[in-house]
Structure formats: structure tokens, C-alpha cells
Write a protein that binds this ligand. Structure first.
Ligand code: 6R9
Length: 661
């Protein structure tokens, strides 16, 4: 039988992937602009980290009052940076670009789910930000007050964040996909004074009545004085409940507001935002970031990691603004650098599974930043969707959120990057504010699956359980010096802040919560959260390593492994596997996979059980919630599933587990 052209390319893609899996190191391509700067930065940071950050802060940020102090470490772990300087973050993101004659530059090419296009310039963003800042003031918001933001991916989300920053209000953005009950809870604990939300939102052609749903959950919130309602894109068929005296329409507030809102010069350590972390393990933490240090981290890393040239690049980060990645790399980093970005409202498979690639082709996107989970989904869908579009504008690719399996890395490299784009695997956290360990595009030689080396001014280390530093091998990842964009505390919970991050090795060692491996070249390989390490017969295996081995099999799109107790070996491995092309597995594939893992890692790492899953339980930011898989494997009641992107996934998996027993 003749193979179809599609089947033939798939076979050759599989073959190329298989061959490239043997390549350990990819040298940086030529033609990248930052190389000289980075070498100078690295040398400066190695010689004097504080001096390096001080120079960067003077160079990259616009100050109202210059600082004279740099790091104050007199009360660890409560560090401050640039504390006697003042500045306004919205001035750095907007006014300074408009003043330099770049007001007509597009800040966001907004693309709606139904194909709508809106280009928002820096001048427009500044005008709306000023008007909305005045509107917030009219509603009684003052510096230090908390403003909740629960909006879909529309330009107003950036306006709302920047308007808060302009007047010194502290924003608390809640993921647009969270349930209204999560919004109510976060408004309550942060004592938000105003909530900015939307009448309704759309997702894959369906409409959700957001305002009505939020109203139903809010209950009595004594601090919450007003709700501002943005009219979202698309049809507005439903009646939106508006409580007189409390609720106001965003467009009416804007139209009535004074256009000019002079920026307030705020101390460098003025609180900028609270963000509740993804909570893939425990009760969400209210991570607090302050103004100057955070902005410096976002600005410097966005520019250096992605090799951004604001005059020519079209940059797109596909994350949601409600995740730290959206804060730092959709809003603050790109705007502070004066870059042009794409902002996309919709899902990756609506109207069809090629929509991302269509957008890249349309806007000639040059730098694309997404998550491994999204790449694995694309692998599952097949290469024909990106294959329909011209992706030759791309020059840098990034990933964030989880360890990336070498096979997914190579697929991204070949199918999306055409084999020519460096991939920056950026390791960081909500707590770190900006990227800490990552290759620099066009500078660092990459190894698929490794986040490579620390950025200048960042000092990670690996500790053994007893706190001894390791020069190679597997251990606990820590950061041994403060850095400007680090979290300052957990909102109204200093005690939990110290306990969570600084109790294990003392107040000057930040404990990340991840395990990692350091290789002979000084490259970091993030294994995952410390709880994700599996111990089979005394051998420590990382979930990432076993998952990568399973995923390397040609039939597999995605895998998650967890441990279950075993009388003989202590722990045994249970693997949840999704096959490519939406196939369902059988005994033969199962046997192949077990063999395959035995060959790649060793017999020890062979999964004892394999459960076929159509999809895996993921948080909104795409992190696999192994905690739920552990529960289901053990036949326990599931814990909290409210932060899942699609809670229905767990029911299907639970059925399969029961069937497999
Ligand atoms: C930005 C973000 C933080 C945790 C982090 C780690 C995992 C993030 C990673 C990565 C391996 C990468 N993580 N990036 N693991 N390689 N490139 O994701 O923030 O949602 O707070 O999660 O995500 O486990 O500790 P956040």
C-alpha cells in the first residue's frame, strides 16, 4: 500500500527525532545580537553582583529619585533593593516610550477568538491607563489598597494592572479560567476594595456569564466597595446584574474620568502585586512582589533571554495573564522594553488546531514563548497543523512551567523552529518574579531537557539533604544570594514566608522546593518538585526522567508517573500515558513501553502499571497535578480539583484505573 504524503513525513519526522535524541548538545546559531553584552554582564556580575544589579537598574529603568542604597540585607530574609529610590512602573512601561516618540508603536496586536483584530498602541494604552487610574481613584482606591482583576485575555487586563501601578494600588489578578468561588476567596483574603471583571467571556464559541456567576459567589465582603465591569468582546445577549451604588461599567467610568493622571513617584519597595501561586501542592500562597526590583528582573530577563530587539521583533507569549508568566512576560517585561507583542484571547484549538500557527504567520511573530504541556498537545494533534503555515519568521522559541522532555524539545525545534531557532528553556517561579536559570538565545549551547545555566547575578546551588553543597549529582535546589525580583513575603503572613522558604538552611538560603541535577558542565536539569522524586528499592528516580523515557517512544504523546507504596521495593511506578494521534493502548504497546523504559533507564524504572489516559489532570498553567494521580492510583478520595483546567479528566482516569485492577 502507498503511504500518504502525511504518513510519509510523519515517518521521517519520527526517524529524525529518534536520531536527534542521541545529540546531547546544540551549539548556538550565529547572528544574535546580545553576545557581547552578556559576556560583559557575566563578568561584572561575577565580580560584584550588587554592583551589576545597580548598574542594570540605572541603565534599564527610569527613576524619579535615583537610589543610593542597593541591597539591604540587615534583616534576612526580609531583603530590600534600591530602597531610597522612587519611580513609577507605568511610566517605565508607557510614558517613557511615548515621550521618546514611539507612541504609535503597537504594544499589543490583540486577536479575538472569532478572528477580531485590535492593535493597541503605546499612546492608546497610556491614555486608557491614565483615565482608568483616575476612575479607580474616584471609586476611593488609594495607594496600598488591593484591586482584584478577573478578566479574560483582552487589552483591558493590561490597562487595569498598569492603572493600579500608576496610583500605587496593589493588584491581585485571578486566572480568567478559575471558578468564581476562587475569585470570591481571593478577594476575601486579600481584602480587595475593588474588583475589575467582565460581563461575560467566551471560550470556543460558548459564552459564560461571568459577572452573574461572580455575584452569586461573592457573599458578604465588607472591604469590597465596587465592581467595575468591562464589556467583553462579542455578543452580549444576557442581562448583566448591576447593583446600584456598587457596580459600574468600565467604559462609562473611563468616559467620565479626567484624561490626565500624573504618575505618583513611589518608593522602590512599594508593593506592586499579590499573586496566588498555582497551588499544585498545597493551599495557595499570596506571593507579594514590590516595584523596582521586580520590574528590573522582568525587563532585564525579557531582553536578554529572548534577545529582544524592540524595533524589529514581534513577540508572543501564549500564557494567561493570570499566571506569573503573563505578569512578567506579557505585561511588564515586554512593555518596559517597548516591545510589540501578540495577545490572543482564545484556545489553541478553536476554530481549528492550527490557530496558533495561523497567528504566527499573520503577524510574522519572531519570538514565541509557550509551555511544554502545549507542545505535547501539539505533538498529540500531529505536525500537519503547523505544517499548514509559514513559520519562517520565527527566530527564538521559549518554554516555561515544567521540565521539557527531550522528545518534545526536539519536536519544537524541528517542527516549529524549522531546526534554526534556539530554544530557551526558562526555569523560574512565581516567587522568583523573573527567569533565573535559562539559556540565552544565541549565546548558550543547549542540551534538550536542561534549563542550562544561571543568568548573570543569580547564584543557584545544589545542596545534599544535610546542606552540604554538591558540585555534581542530584540534590535540593537553592539560591544562595538575594536577587532583585524575589518575593518579599507572603501577603500578611511573614511567618509562613520564613517557614516555607528559609527555615531549612537559614535566612540567607532560599529553598526553591525543586530537586535538580547538576552535570559536569555546570548545567542544571530541573527534576520537579521535591515530592516528585520516586524511590524504588533505594534508588532515587525522578518523575521527569522516567516520563521522558516513556515519551521518547514513538507512540507516546504525554506521560505522567507517580509512586505507589510497594511492600518489596518501597515504592513502585504507576504511569499514566496518552498516545499520539489519540490512539488507545493495548497489551502490546504496554509491553513495548515497559521494555523501552528498561532499555533507556534500567529495569528498576519499569512502570508496574500503565494506565491509558486521553488527557492528564493539569492546572491552568499546564502543570500536571501528580497529587491527584497518586490519589487515584491508591484508590483514595480525590483532594481539591478546583484548580484543574478540566475537572472531567479525572473521572475518565478513575474509570480506567478501576477497569485496570
Ligand atoms: C514560571 C512558573 C514554578 C515551578 C518550579 C518548577 C516548575 C517552571 C520550569 C520548571 C522545569 C522549567 N518549572 N519552569 N521546571 N523546567 N523550565 O512556572 O511559575 O507557576 O510558580 O511554578 O514550575 O517546579 O518550581 P510557577
Amino acid at each position: 500500500m502507498e503511504a500518504t504524503p502525511e504518513a510519509r513525513t510523519e515517518v521521517s519526522l519520527e526517524r529524525t527525532l529518534e536520531e536527534l535524541l542521541a545529540v546531547e548538545r546544540f551549539e548556538p546559531p550565529a547572528g544574535f545580537t546580545r553576545r557581547r553584552h552578556i559576556e560583559a554582564d557575566q563578568a561584572a556580575a561575577d565580580a560584584d553582583p550588587e554592583g551589576f544589579w545597580a548598574d542594570a537598574a540605572r541603565d534599564l529603568l527610569t527613576w524619579e529619585t535615583p537610589f543610593t542604597q542597593v541591597l539591604d540585607d540587615s534583616n534576612p530574609p526580609f531583603y530590600t533593593w534600591f530602597a531610597d529610590g522612587t519611580l513609577n512602573l507605568s511610566v517605565n512601561c508607557l510614558d517613557r516610550h511615548v515621550a521618546a516618540g514611539r507612541g504609535e508603536r503597537v504594544a499589543f496586536h490583540w486577536r479575538g477568538e472569532e478572528g477580531e483584530r485590535r492593535d493597541v498602541t503605546y499612546a492608546r494604552l497610556l491614555a486608557d491607563t491614565q483615565a482608568f487610574a483616575n476612575g479607580l481613584r474616584q471609586l476611593g482606591v488609594q495607594a496600598g489598597d488591593v484591586v482584584g482583576i478577573f478578566l479574560p485575555m483582552i487589552p483591558e487586563v493590561a490597562v487595569a494592572m498598569l492603572a493600579c501601578a500608576r496610583i500605587g494600588a496593589v493588584h491581585n489578578v485571578v486566572f480568567g479560567g478559575f471558578a468564581p468561588s476562587a475569585v470570591a476567596e481571593r478577594m476575601a483574603v486579600s481584602e480587595a476594595k475593588v474588583l475589575v471583571t467582565v460581563d461575560g467571556a467566551r471560550r470556543k464559541g460558548k459564552r459564560a456569564e461571568v459577572k452573574a456567576a461572580v455575584d452569586a459567589e461573592l457573599g458578604e465582603l465588607p472591604a469590597l466597595a465596587h465592581i467595575v465591569v468591562v464589556r467583553g468582546p462579542g455578543e452580549h445577549p444576557g442581562v448583566v446584574p448591576m447593583t446600584a451604588g456598587r457596580d459600574v461599567w468600565y467604559d462609562e467610568l473611563l468616559a467620565a474620568a479626567e484624561p490626565d493622571c500624573p504618575a505618583v513617584a513611589l518608593p522602590a519597595e512599594h508593593p506592586l502585586f499579590i499573586l496566588y501561586s498555582s497551588g499544585s501542592t498545597a493551599k495557595p500562597k499570596g506571593i507579594l512582589h514590590t516595584t523596582a526590583g521586580y520590574l528590573l528582573g522582568a525587563t532585564y530577563t525579557h531582553r536578554m533571554v529572548f534577545d529582544i530587539d524592540a524595533d524589529t521583533d514581534v513577540y508572543w507569549c501564549s500564557a494567561d495573564v493570570g499566571w506569573i508568566t503573563g505578569h512578567s512576560y506579557i505585561v511588564y517585561g515586554p512593555l518596559s522594553n517597548g516591545a510589540t507583542s501578540v495577545m490572543y484571547e482564545g484556545a489553541p484549538d478553536y476554530p481549528d488546531r492550527d490557530i496558533w500557527w495561523r497567528i504566527i504567520e499573520e503577524y510574522r511573530v519572531t519570538v514565541f514563548y509557550t509551555a511544554p504541556t502545549a507542545i505535547r498537545t501539539c505533538i498529540k494533534w500531529g505536525p500537519e497543523f503547523p505544517g499548514r503555515h509559514d513559520l519562517s519568521s520565527l527566530r527564538v522559541l521559549g518554554t516555561v512551567g515544567e521540565p521539557i522532555n527531550p522528545k518534545a524539545w526536539l519536536w519544537y525545534h524541528l517542527v516549529i523552529g524549522g531546526g534554526r531557532c534556539p530554544i530557551v528553556d526558562t526555569w523560574w517561579q512565581t516567587e522568583t518574579g523573573s527567569v533565573l536559570i535559562s539559556p540565552l538565545a544565541g549565546v548558550t549551547a543547549t542540551k534538550p531537557g536542561s534549563a542550562t545555566r544561571p543568568l548573570p547575578g543569580i547564584s543557584p546551588a545544589l545542596f545534599a539533604e544535610d546542606g552540604k553543597p554538591l558540585t555534581e549529582g542530584t540534590g535540593i535546589l537553592v539560591i544562595t544570594r538575594p536577587w532583585p525580583s524575589m518575593l518579599r513575603t507572603l501577603y500578611k503572613d511573614d511567618e509562613r514566608f520564613v517557614e516555607t522558604y528559609f527555615s531549612r538552611f537559614g535566612p540567607s538560603t532560599y529553598v526553591v522546593g525543586d530537586a535538580a541535577r547538576l552535570d559536569a558542565d555546570g548545567y542544571f536539569w530541573i527534576i520537579g518538585r521535591i515530592d516528585d522524586v520516586i524511590n524504588v528499592s533505594g534508588h532515587r528516580l525522578s518523575t521527569a526522567e522516567v516520563e521522558s523515557a516513556i515519551v521518547a517512544h514513538e507512540a507516546v504523546a504525554e506521560a505522567a508517573v507517580v509512586a505507589e507504596p510497594d511492600e518489596q521495593t518501597g515504592q513502585a511506578i504507576v504511569a499514566f500515558v496518552t498516545l499520539a494521534g489519540e490512539r488507545i493502548g493495548d497489551a502490546e504497546v504496554e509491553a513495548q513501553l515497559r521494555d523501552h523504559v528498561a532499555r533507556r533507564i534500567g529495569k528498576l524504572a519499569r512502570p508496574r502499571r500503565i494506565i491509558w489516559a486521553d488527557d492528564l489532570p493539569k492546572t491552568r498553567s499546564g502543570k500536571i497535578m501528580r497529587r491527584l494521580l497518586r490519589d487515584v492510583a491508591a484508590g483514595r478520595e480525590l483532594g481539591d480539583v478546583t484548580t484543574l483546567r478540566d475537572p472531567a479528566v479525572m473521572a475518565v482516569i478513575a474509570d480506567r484505573v478501576r477497569g485496570a485492577r
